[in-house]
Ligand binder design. Structure first.
Ligand code: DQQ
Length: 539
């Protein structure tokens, strides 16, 4: 018997029941955070005739659900209200652009406006009488033209947006312009595209500062030279991004890396998250001058299980996102508000974790925890050598071949979360240091292979490299555990991996937390802090 009720998360955002996928139109308005989301109110499975769920919060952690913001009602969206974004027009007025599936299932873009701008909850939305305001142009598949971005100001003072889709020249973020937000024209060239890729979903485009972790408001903060731009698209089940420059006059984004998204099968390229994470969206939080990222985390069990559970889909704990000091990648960190849920602190410092050893950290009730740990490795030069150059390695493959149970030298070491007392069930988040030719590489893995005795669950092992030099830096790991979700942040947010797991033994009071080292060499836990997490209020 599977105690399903135990696997319902306690502090991650979800509708009260039924299906959820993409986060839509997140914003901060008059002291309130809003999150809309793709929601099937009639069941725990995806249905294309989907609505926009709507919830509000003062702190991004505790939420109150409101009535649906958008439901299929008109010929321009009668078959579904698909993903979209919120933009702030002049005088700080928010509006929604979303994709409608019209009466012939063609994907068109629609506008909706709050009925009462002075209501901070923005409970009622009115669809524009001009809808649809954008229909698929020639050369674009009418079933692959969707997910408008948040608007930004163009060089002429008008508005610009990008729309994802599939064109004759590959997957693209098509560029549109408008003077009045109602009449739109398509630019001759896309904002960005990639010949070798399929349909792009949920594009996102925004500036990040070169220095510091503050966000940039695209409406008035971005200036050439002091920012870089992020171009993100969702495809092949992953959220890929690339960093680059954007010259407003030319209206073109140019990727620093030349190739743009790294769509090789390996996990070498830049992604927000190397686990389960999709259809994400950012917004600028003017109250705290930060940019925040939301992302959808699907289930790993089956459609039948979801129907039995009566719910499916989570959002990550919202993450602050900014450019790393190296300029090579983005950094993500759970918003500080989640720390309000921390209780019962446990910590230890400077503890040697000998080769091939396991140490119990929390003996029970570790089903909801926040953990921060950092490791030093005095025997780095003992790291195993691999003959291949690092960029020919496939980190995910390495993580599944050398999983948590395989003895190495400097690693695998890390945490066993949602572990049963006899360790027969556990999820391992760990590092492994290798030497590829003359360079150390740090592998970060999330190994779900022993996470549950349940069958028919996707237990794929995830893995990616961490961009640090272990000769000069410690390795840190932050992991948020919430019953059936594990969100891990390596090296202070450089490499992020989210997974879904469904333990049968390691539930509630019987879930434990261990540190482990399956290498031959000792490592040192320079600090380890664990907090039990209380429930968020989602009402
Ligand atoms: N989900 C939406 C689409 C989007 C996809 C439909 C991404 O608008 O492209 O629910 O998960």
């Amino acid at each position: 018997h599977i105690p399903q009720q135990f696997q319902r998360t306690s502090y991650h955002f979800h509708p009260l029941k039924n299906w959820m996928n993409d986060p839509n139109g997140p914003m901060y308005y008059k002291g309130i955070y809003h999150l809309f989301y793709q929601h099937n109110p009639n069941g725990a499975v995806f249905d294309s005739k989907i609505v926009w769920g709507h919830a509000v919060s003062r702190d991004l952690i505790n939420w109150a659900h409101l009535n649906h913001a958008l439901e299929p009602t008109h010929p321009f969206d009668i078959n579904g209200c698909w993903s979209g974004s919120v933009s702030f027009l002049h005088n700080n007025k928010p509006v929604i652009l979303y994709t409608g599936l019209d009466s012939s299932f063609q994907q068109v873009q629609n506008l909706a406006i709050p009925s009462n701008f002075s209501d901070p909850f923005l409970e009622i939305w009115t669809k524009s009488s001009h809808n649809p305001i954008i229909v698929p142009p020639n050369g674009v598949e009418r079933h692959r033209f969707r997910d408008p971005t948040t608007a930004w100001p163009g060089p002429d003072g008008g508005w610009r947006i990008a729309i994802g889709g599939q064109t004759s020249y590959g997957g693209a973020a098509m560029l549109y312009g408008s003077e009045d937000f109602v009449h739109w024209y398509q630019s001759r060239f896309p904002l960005y595209s990639s010949r070798d890729s399929g349909n792009w979903e949920c594009p996102d485009f925004y500036p990040v500062k070169l220095n510091g972790s503050n966000g940039v408001d695209f409406l008035n903060g971005s200036r050439v030279g002091v920012v870089k731009y992020v171009m993100k698209a969702s495809l092949n089940s992953h959220d890929y991004y690339t960093l680059g420059s954007y010259v407003p006059e030319k209206e073109k984004f140019t990727s620093d890396s030349g190739d743009g998204f790294d769509l090789r099968g390996t996990n070498l390229g830049l992604r927000y998250d190397y686990g389960k994470f999709y259809a994400s969206k950012t917004f600028y939080d003017s109250s705290q001058k930060r940019r925040i990222l939301w992302g959808w985390v699907n289930e790993s069990d089956s459609r039948e299980d979801n129907i039995k559970k009566g719910w499916a889909g989570l959002q990550v704990i919202p993450r602050k996102i900014w450019l790393s000091k190296t300029g090579r990648q983005l950094i993500q960190w759970p918003v500080k508000e989640v720390e309000k849920l921390r209780t019962n602190h446990f910590s230890l410092y400077n503890k040697e974790l000998r080769g091939r050893s396991t140490m119990k950290v929390l003996g029970g009730s570790a089903s909801q925890v926040d953990t921060e740990v950092s490791f030093e490795f005095p025997y780095l030069e003992e790291a195993e050598r691999v003959d291949t150059r690092w960029f020919d390695l496939d980190p995910q493959l390495l993580c599944s071949k050398r999983d948590a149970s395989v003895n190495g030298r400097v690693g695998p070491f890390g945490l066993l979360v949602l572990a049963s007392n006899d360790l027969s069930e556990h999820t391992a988040i760990f590092f492994h240091v290798l030497k590829a030719h003359n360079r150390y590489v740090v592998l970060m893995c999330s190994d779900q292979s022993r996470s549950s005795f349940r069958e028919g669950v996707d237990k794929t092992t995830y893995g990616a490299f961490v961009d640090i030099d272990p000769r000069h830096e410690k390795i840190s790991l932050r992991t948020l555990v919430d019953r059936s979700i594990v969100e891990s942040f390596g090296a202070k947010g450089k490499t992020c991996i989210t997974s879904r797991v469904y333990p049968t033994l390691a539930v509630d009071d019987d879930a434990r937390l261990y540190a482990f080292n399956n290498g031959t060499q000792s490592v040192v836990i320079s600090s380890l802090k664990v907090w039990k997490m209380s429930n968020a209020q989602i009402v």
